[in-house]
Design a protein around this ligand. Structure first.
Ligand SMILES: C[S@@+](CC[C@H](N)C(=O)[O-])C[C@H]1O[C@@H](n2cnc3c(N)ncnc32)[C@H](O)[C@@H]1O
Length: 449
């Protein structure tokens, strides 16, 4: 790779235009040989996305030009520079400024000399007066304080404070800025636990256990999808909160299971493993290209009891009745900010409302596919109550033949987590648990005599 910072700058501009940060990063890291360069690329790239508002707050105090009027290349170059100055002790200030200005120089045409000296001047000025920078006061404007300190848009800070109060919100915001860890789920359909561990050890992969028995946190791994254990189907990369969903649904062998939104297949393949490849899982998704990913994953993982179908789950019709239904539905994703920090900047209140409507339609269309006594697990990776508690309350109010089951005993059986359910629901909050934010509710069709 020719110039690391200019490549970071280009990649960040693409994320601003809508590219998925994790997919783009993976494709960029493949082009970098040196391990230290890979780490520095990742650090600056995610650091700038995570801390954008804080970086802009600083730049704004030292620039006579408004941020809105700046060339996007210059603004991004400044963010890259300020991030290094404030967050990376190992990069000397002189190098941080020089490299960031060089990156802008490479990207902008030579005719834009003024923009280059502007970038240089602003960065030097910020570095000189760095000790004078102050956050908005916590006691005067607590919302603004959190918004700038942790770089979250105001609407999201206000929403969290309303739902969880100031202290819990601060923990959630802080945890969302921590780099997400890579976790392998051991896939028992391809190898025993002992063989799985043997392959981790043989590859010198450092790991530690988690609150779920089959999930291992990997330390310092650059290409988790390139290891032998992964390629042989012994592992699936999956967060612990995502993994908890299939465990809470608790399927048994030979059951009939419906998965309403399956792609890329994490929970489907986990269910298949828990059922030991017996019974039948019907897995739906609205997107064919995403179903192709499921197919690829199921093949690698040796899953044999799943049939895939492209369908809109809000309209899907089926004459069968199921023992278990997994409704891991599309959502606003506010629990996944640590692994996909651009969620901070891409989402808004309208998306939450839109998602809640879709989730309502999907649940209403599928509840009647449960057998008598059958159970549906609803899960989302978001922390918006309209998509979680409020939605489930409404569904149960309108459908009297269904009841909510307290998730405590399932949680105790599935994990070593010491968490209380609230109103029978379970919610995982980043900052309280070292995992993604998730919500779960278990609904049962009341048995008819
Ligand atoms: C949260 S993801 C599912 C993750 C999956 N359960 C897993 O564990 O890998 C939501 C999925 O819902 C799909 N989707 C969105 N709208 C849908 C609809 N109306 N019907 C079915 N699937 C839908 C998306 O394509 C996406 O793959």
């Amino acid at each position: 790779m020719k110039n690391l910072r200019s490549e970071i700058l280009k990649a960040l501009l693409r994320v601003e235009k809508g590219s998925y940060s994790n997919l783009l990063l993976n494709s960029k890291l493949k082009l970098i040989e040196d391990k230290r360069d890979k780490n520095l690329f990742t650090e600056i790239y995610y650091g700038v996305i995570r801390n954008k508002l804080y970086l802009d707050y600083i730049i704004n105090q030292f620039s006579k030009t408004s941020l809105l009027k700046m060339d996007s290349e210059v603004l991004m170059g400044l963010r890259i520079g300020v991030y290094q100055l404030f967050f990376l002790d190992k990069v000397p200030a002189r190098a941080a400024i020089y490299e960031s200005v060089e990156a802008v120089k490479i990207i902008l045409p030579a005719s834009q000399k003024g923009a280059i000296s502007f970038t240089n001047g602003v960065l030097r000025n910020i570095n000189r007066k760095r000790n004078s920078i102050k956050l908005p006061a916590k006691n005067k404007d607590p919302e603004k304080h959190l918004s700038i300190k942790y770089s979250y848009p105001m609407w999201l800070v206000k929403r969290f404070i309303k739902q969880y109060g100031f202290n819990k919100s601060e923990k959630i915001l802080k945890a969302g800025n921590k780099r997400a860890e890579v976790i392998y789920r051991h896939n028992s359909l391809k190898m025993t636990k002992a063989q799985f561990i043997e392959l981790l050890d043989a590859a010198d992969l450092e790991y530690e256990s988690t609150f779920l028995e089959s999930f291992y946190k990997l330390k310092k791994v650059n290409n988790p999808a390139q290891t032998k254990v992964f390629k042989r189907g012994g592992a699936y990369i999956q967060g612990t909160s995502a993994g908890l969903a299939s465990l809470l649904l608790d399927p048994s062998e030979n059951m009939e299971v419906l998965d309403l939104a399956a792609a890329p297949g994490g929970k489907t393949s986990h269910l298949a493993a828990l059922m030991n490849n017996t019974g039948q899982i019907k897995a739906l998704d609205i997107s064919q290209s995403r179903l192709d990913l499921v197919q690829e994953n199921l093949l690698r993982l040796g899953v044999k009891n799943v049939s895939l179908k492209k369908a809109d789950a809000s309209k899907y019709q089926d004459n069968k009745k199921y023992d278990r239904i997994l409704a891991d539905l599309p959502c606003s994703g506010l629990g996944l900010i640590a692994s996909k920090p651009e969620i901070k900047w891409d989402k808004n209140e309208n998306i939450i409302e839109k998602m809640a409507k879709l989730q309502y339609k999907i649940l209403n269309n599928n509840l009647n596919k449960l057998k008598s006594g059958g159970q549906l697990l609803y899960s989302t990776c978001t922390l918006a109550k309209e998509e979680n508690q409020d939605l489930i309350k409404r569904i149960l109010k309108e459908n009297k033949a269904y009841k909510l089951i307290d998730l405590s005993s399932r949680l105790e059986k599935a994990s070593s987590l010491n968490l209380e359910t609230k109103d029978k629901y379970l919610e995982i909050l980043p900052g309280e648990v070292d995992s993604e934010g998730f919500f779960y509710a278990l609904i049962q069709k009341v048995e008819s005599d």
